[in-house]
Ligand binder design. Structure first.
Ligand code: PEP
Ligand code: MN
Length: 239
């Protein structure tokens, strides 16, 4: 079974940026686009995402590319309500994996609006903790088939980029449970140089999909510039 790909910027920045990426995804027959409006950042001084001011861009992208499914991170029910008319899949980021009140409140909303959740692994969480977080969604009303688990690397104070992509734990989830499992090597490696090699390896593994950060001009990406691949690199990888 071929893996699906979710690709796009770390943060939505402008119509021009989103339009260039969307066109590349259509050309590459990639059906899922990252469209992050709300960015939970380690520092309050970092770009926090376009927020509500980015909604006209989402509206335009949906109109121009109706087949693209949009994936966007949310940190609260308020953010869900803002972005729900546009996003097909909602991402819960690594920092919110154990935000249980969010899971409880979100699960019935996702189910009633027929949307999926991507639950990223917390960067310091175990197999058991990750599965329990996913179970919150099921217990509070979301069908298991709408839950996607995403490995995105764990803290490693020795590795040069500070994260280690834990493919063994992701395989354990894939073999021992029936959750859909995808891999995010962008946050898991933290360096665009590593992406082509690791992505090719992931394609050979029994995962359901992969999430990749890309940008038309990676070095000028407002967030996570070091790990974004260019649209040419994306095309070389999947084209
Ligand atoms: C992201 O996908 O841009 C992101 C912030 O991911 P994570 O929660 O894995 O850091
Ligand atoms: Mn990012």
């Amino acid at each position: 079974m071929a893996q699906y790909i979710i690709a796009g910027p770390c943060s939505m920045e402008s119509m021009e940026q989103m339009d260039q990426i969307a066109q590349a995804l259509i050309d590459l027959k990639i059906n899922y686009m990252r469209a992050p409006l709300f960015k939970p950042r380690t520092s309050p001084d970092s770009f926090q995402g376009l927020g509500k001011s980015g909604l006209p861009i989402l509206e335009e992208i949906k109109k121009k590319y109706p087949t693209l499914k949009l994936v966007s991170e949310i940190c609260s029910v308020e953010q869900f309500n803002i972005i729900a008319p546009y996003a097909d899949i909602l991402q819960i980021g690594t920092r919110n994996m154990q935000n249980f009140e969010l899971h409880k409140n979100l699960a019935p909303l996702l189910e009633s609006q027929n949307k999926k959740v991507i639950l990223k692994r917390g960067f310091a969480n175990t197999f058991f903790e990750w599965i329990q977080a996913a179970k919150y969604y099921e217990s509070y009303g979301l069908n298991k088939k709408n839950i996607i688990l995403c490995e995105r690397g764990t803290r490693n104070h020795c590795a040069p980029e500070g994260t280690t992509l834990d493919l063994c734990l992701a395989l354990k989830i894939k073999f021992e449970t029936d959750y859909e499992v995808i891999i995010d090597p962008s946050h898991g490696c933290g360096n665009s140089l590593f992406i082509p090699s690791i992505a090719k390896a992931i394609f050979q593994m029994p995962f359901d999909g992969m999430m990749l950060e890309c940008h038309p001009d990676p070095k000028n990406s407002i967030s996570d510039a070091k790990q974004a691949i260019s649209l040419t690199e994306l095309s070389d990888l999947v084209g």
